[in-house]
Design a protein around this ligand. Structure first.
Ligand code: GLN
Length: 752
């Protein structure tokens, strides 16, 4: 060890001792931070302490998988060095190594194995130094887009990390085309794992972009497990899920959780079972089993490891609070949250509390809650829901549009009090995101105790093997699901239509373009908002999802909605959109109502330059976009002519759009450095019935006036075309927008 490293080890050891023994605090990030400030090469210098090492990354399941691998390695007699405390950045990994280096000398013959959870973006700093033996890549889902940027950015970071450590074996989830695309790019040895065969246990409406990483064509799926995970093949260039080296098969879900077999081509299948019943757990367990065995653990002990596994920090935990079971779990992103909804639904849960914070570590942008299919819970009716956290208002609006009337609460105590009249057999589900979760767990610790020997958070659930949860959700529920959803029943929110109110002969036809490709930041929520606001007024409405390759006819359309997308998805969609140019041009020329968000707004202009790559736009508006060096990422407010209050939202884009002098903006930015290009103070554009804007949120969720502007526009155009029923629906019946306005006020508060 170098002098610098020894000094760093001693200083960090002293810091750790002081923190633990004197201040009675956990080691935290400080020892690692201190050590790295003395010796920036510390990780590389201490890597020699290890006989083997495994680094685990991916959007969801890192902590669980890391702990399972660590348990498995330890059960097999090795000394495990692990950042169990959850600091998954450089400092956490350095801290764990420092602790190991100052520990007493190991017994002769004992192997020392490093098992480190690593944040996706930190892999590029950790791998070149640690040069781990194995690198586990679990999955890549959209997550904290304001922090991570678009998924391509995360993929680039991981590919660069792997290239810096060419001998590291990449153990990756081949069911995830986004992970497989990374494997395709690097020369590292690989070990692909996945699930063999359709499980038919879970389905999801989430609009993940499922495109070929080689040629951008939409992928064909033999079956989807959830999100973009499944068995896929590109119909255009033939790229497909890599041949699996290890897989789980015969996956069965029963009341006791999942059972399945893990196998590779050589060994006899090993039967495993887990009391936790989310399909994601099967992936985590499979990855942990494959990686720990590769690192020398004894496969025969793995079931015992699973049986004794205790989730950390209140995840997947059941509590007994005065006779009521509370199931707590963490969910940080749409896929994670959606999995929770799925499980609440399959468990028949009625009592639920959701908490949402927007601290730095959570991601400031909460638009993603519109990607969570809360409608599945709303469809059941009779639920009692509560929302909390710094963005409780946003959750309340989201749930309102899913048909759920949620009460805002502070913590879990008031929820327990409010549901005291409910049967003691009813489980209360508490789901919170990153920084919202620990305070809830702390409260539960104070109010009750962990149920011993009971299955995980959602253990009892399930029923029979063929749970087809999420199957359907009622009108307009899904931004990207089935082709058409229709609604005319007014919700109790607005009451029945006033007697004598005209009812359209032909429902308003809302065309939602490419919801599976352009829905990166919850923009699909705009379709939900339009559909609900019509339905609440008794206006018959029909949302039609148009997918890539579908024929597009806009002659009978009343509104066109299209969302934003990552640069790569934009590339895929641009060709398709250009083919529809004439149809769209005629529609807009006729004054048709349209909302285009961010990526699609850019594509309506003449062109979008992404570095040297030029995407030809449709040229329907006088605008040019060029990708800047950084992203404009912020909570924003825009003064517009639409309503007195500013429009609020979140913007996150690399493109800078400049409007021709002849084009009118949607409004002016109230936050400097935001808007079309961060410079001229303008935001969006208004071109006849078209509104183009960078606002996510989704844009219509906290700006009901903008939604109603589009609905009015659609009805007015119908009226101009001679539909007398449409004129009778104008002006629009007012709705109770108290929740939306409260959320807007809260959003304005974020601007300071
Ligand atoms: N990819 C585009 C950009 O970064 C659009 C992003 C978006 O739709 N949010 O500018």
């Amino acid at each position: 060890m170098s002098v610098k490293s020894s000094f760093a080890t001693s200083a960090a050891g002293l810091a750790r001792w002081t923190l633990r023994s004197v201040l009675h605090r956990s080691g935290g990030a400080l020892p690692g931070k201190l050590g790295l400030s003395i010796d920036p090469e510390l990780i590389g210098n201490l890597a020699g302490l290890l006989d083997a090492s495994v680094v685990i990354t991916g959007t969801n399941g890192k902590t669980t998988t890391t702990n399972l691998i660590a348990d498995s390695v330890s059960a097999s007699g090795a000394t495990c060095v692990c950042n169990r405390a959850g600091n998954n950045m450089e400092t956490g990994i350095a801290g764990a190594l420092l602790e190991a280096s100052s520990a007493r000398r190991r017994t002769a013959g004992t192997r020392r194995v490093g098992v480190f959870e690593c944040d996706e973006l930190y892999t590029v700093r950790v791998l070149p130094k640690l040069k781990p033996t194995y690198f586990v890549l679990l999955n890549l889902f959209r997550d904290q887009l304001d922090r991570y940027g678009e998924i391509d950015h995360t993929q680039d970071a991981i590919a660069r990390a792997l290239a810096s450590s060419p001998a590291t074996t990449l153990i990756f989830n081949a069911d995830d085309p986004l992970c497989a695309a990374i494997a395709e790019r690097v020369d590292n040895p690989t070990l692909p794992f996945g699930l063999m065969g359709a499980t038919n246990t879970e389905s999801t409406h989430i609009a993940e972009s499922r495109f070929c990483s080689q040629c951008n064509a939409p992928l064909d799926y033999e079956y989807v497990q959830y999100g973009q995970l499944g068995a896929y093949e590109c119909p255009s260039c033939g790229w497909k899920r890599p041949e699996l080296s290890c897989w789980a098969q015969h996956v069965e879900l029963s009341a006791g959780g999942y059972t399945f077999e893990v196998t590779d081509a050589q060994s006899a299948p090993m039967r495993l079972s887990t009391k936790y019943n989310g399909l994601y757990m099967v992936y985590n367990i499979l990855a942990a089993c494959v990686a720990s065995c590769a690192a020398g653990a004894d496969a025969a002990l793995f079931q015992r490891v699973l049986d004794t596994y205790v989730p950390t920090g209140g995840r997947m935990t059941r509590w007994d609070v005065d006779g009521r079971v509370v199931a707590s779990d963490l969910a940080k992103n749409p896929i994670g949250f959606d999995r929770q909804i799925q499980q609440i639904k399959t468990s028949g849960g009625r009592l639920m509390a959701f908490y949402l914070n927007d601290a730095e570590a959570d991601g400031r942008d909460v638009s993603w809650i519109w990607d969570v299919d809360f409608e599945r819970l709303g469809a059941a009716g009779d639920v009692r829901a509560f929302v909390g956290g710094t963005r409780a208002n946003d959750l309340q609006v989201r749930l309102k549009y899913a048909g759920i009337d949620a009460q805002i609460v502070d913590g879990i105590g008031p929820v327990l009090a409010a549901v005291a009249d409910e049967s003691a057999d009813e489980v209360l589900y508490a789901v919170a995101n990153y920084t919202a979760f620990p305070p809830i767990v702390q409260e539960l610790k104070e109010l009750g105790e962990v149920c011993e020997g009971v299955a995980g958070a959602h253990g009892e659930a399930a029923g029979t093997g063929a749970v087809t949860g999420g199957a359907d959700t009622g009108a307009g529920a899904s931004a990207a699901g089935a082709g058409v959803s229709e609604a005319s029943a007014p919700c109790d929110q607005a009451g029945a239509p006033a007697p004598g109110i005209a009812v359209l002969e032909r429902p308003l036809r809302i065309v939602h373009l490419y919801p599976d490709a352009l829905n990166l930041y919850g923009d699909g929520g705009n379709a939900i908002v339009i559909e609900r606001r019509c339905a609440w007024r008794g206006i018959p409405v029909r949302v039609e999802n148009i997918h890539m390759g579908d024929a597009l006819e806009l002659e009978s359309a009343d509104m066109v909605l299209v969302g934003g997308g990552a640069d790569r998805d934009q590339l895929s969609v641009a060709n398709e959109l250009r083919r529809q140019r004439n149809e769209l041009a005629a529609y807009l020329e006729d004054g048709g109502a349209m909302l285009a968000i961010c990526g699609s707004y850019q594509l309506l202009g003449r062109s979008y330059y992404m570095g040297d790559t030029k995407i030809e736009g449709l040229g329907l508006i006088g605008a040019e976009t060029v990708r800047g060096d950084d992203r404009l990422t912020a909570n924003v407010a825009v003064k517009s002519a639409i309503c007195e209050e500013p429009l609020v939202g979140f913007e996150n884009h690399g493109g800078r759009t400049v409007l021709d002098a002849s084009e009118a903006p949607l409004g002016t930015s109230l936050v400097s450095g935001t808007g079309n290009n961060g410079e001229d103070g303008l935001e969006g554009c208004m071109h006849k019935g078209l509104i183009g804007t960078y606002l996510h949120g989704p844009a219509l969720s906290k700006n009901p006036e903008l939604a109603d502007w589009l609905i009015e526009r659609a009805l007015e155009r119908r009226a101009v075309h001679g539909d007398a029923d449409a004129s009778a629906l104008l002006p629009l019946a007012p709705l109770d927008d108290a929740c939306e306005h409260a959320a807007r006020k809260a959003a304005m508060g974020l601007l300071g």
